[in-house]
Design a protein around this ligand. Structure first.
Ligand code: PMV
Length: 338
């Protein structure tokens, strides 16, 4: 588990090759309701990372991102392209020129599946550029820059993705408030399973908004119930009560179904995980496709993994969530970036 401290994720010195990375994330509870001011809990996926490498190179900045078919000078990308935007924003923030360098982006994170691939790529780029100039940025500053790019992907993001990825530790998050580090009483063993169905966060968030506008009382009540599950889950995580946490995750999945963001493929995966002995399971992220997350015990992890594969999971990741390090900034230093 990381600390959010700049130096943990970078190597290299000014004018030499610089490498920086950033983790993915998974939302444990509270997605969608978090857009409407309710709390949510998210954890980093420290083993699944995006990487940005800067290598000295004659001429203007050149970007290679093979996964999205980009191999071009920065100036050839539209200025609102997410990769271009984070580079320009960061250079402006650092008050430095664009480096004469080759910027290579790679990522182990699947795109459009709710694991924070966009925010991880942006975070890795911010860290690489800052390191190139010998500058160390605190997690809140990184988070604020990345948030600007998340707006391109998501429309009106709550800010939870950029926050958990920039801090790289479990967080309790309320939109517009300083993120709170979440102490983890006993390590959580999670299985994340990808349905293989792309999930377009912007569209799903837009649909939820339409429903909320049409039936505000019903949706507000659903969001309040989500908030109750999140608060109870927070206590369970802190106390190390994984049985209780599992029940809260199950309840949150039912509420997400009522909100209208599940899908038959996601329900199948959630059911399969529970039947194979998971303590709890739910969709994670925007829904309609993307991932589910299951809370498992050591003894049941293999069986749950097998059951998820049989139920159609195209990718599976295991991650353990423990307490983060000591790098969480004082809440008083929070920048107003949401
Ligand atoms: O698809 P993801 O995990 O990036 O999910 C977004 C989470 C939402 O709550 C649906 C939207 C948001 O901005 O918080």
């Amino acid at each position: 588990m990381g600390t959010g401290r700049h130096s943990d994720y970078v190597s290299g010195v000014e004018g030499r090759v610089v490498r920086a990375s950033a983790s993915g994330k998974v939302i444990l509870l509270g997605e969608h309701a978090v857009v409407y001011g309710r709390p949510a809990i998210a954890v980093p996926l420290s083993g699944l990372r995006a990487m940005a490498t800067l290598t000295p190179h004659p001429g203007p900045l050149h970007i290679q991102a093979p996964a999205v078919g980009i191999d071009a000078p920065l100036s050839e990308l539209p200025p609102d392209h997410p990769l271009a935007r984070i580079v320009y924003l960061t250079a402006e923030h650092l008050r430095r020129p664009l480096p004469d360098a080759l910027l290579q982006i790679t990522s182990a994170l699947p795109v459009a599946s709710g694991l924070g691939s966009g925010a991880a790529v942006s975070t890795a780029i911010v860290r690489a550029l800052a390191t190139w100039y010998g500058i160390s940025l605190d997690p809140l500053t990184v988070s604020g820059l990345v948030y600007e790019v998340e707006r391109i992907y998501h429309g009106t993001p709550s800010g939870i993705d950029n926050t958990v990825i920039a801090h790289e530790r479990p967080i309790y998050f309320v939109r517009g408030q300083p993120p709170e580090p979440l102490p983890v009483g006993t390590p959580l063993h999670l299985l994340v399973a990808d349905s293989g169905i792309p999930s377009r966060t912007r569209e799903v968030v837009g649909d939820v908004r339409k429903h909320w506008e049409a039936e505000p009382a019903r949706y507000e009540a659903l969001f309040d119930q989500v908030a109750e599950e999140v608060e109870a889950a927070r206590r369970a995580i802190t106390q190390g009560d994984t049985q209780a946490l599992g029940r809260r995750m199950d309840a949150n999945h039912e509420l997400l179904r009522a909100i209208g963001v599940s899908a038959p493929a996601l329900d199948r995966l959630v059911e399969a995980a529970r039947r194979a002995g998971a303590l709890g399971a739910k969709l994670s992220g925007a829904g309609r496709g993307g991932n589910i997350v299951a809370l498992v015990e050591d003894a049941t992890a293999d069986g749950v993994e097998e059951a998820l594969r049989a139920a159609g999971a195209v990718h599976l990741w295991r991650t353990d969530v423990e307490n983060g390090g000591t790098g969480f900034p004082e809440t008083g230093r929070v920048a107003d970036h949401r």
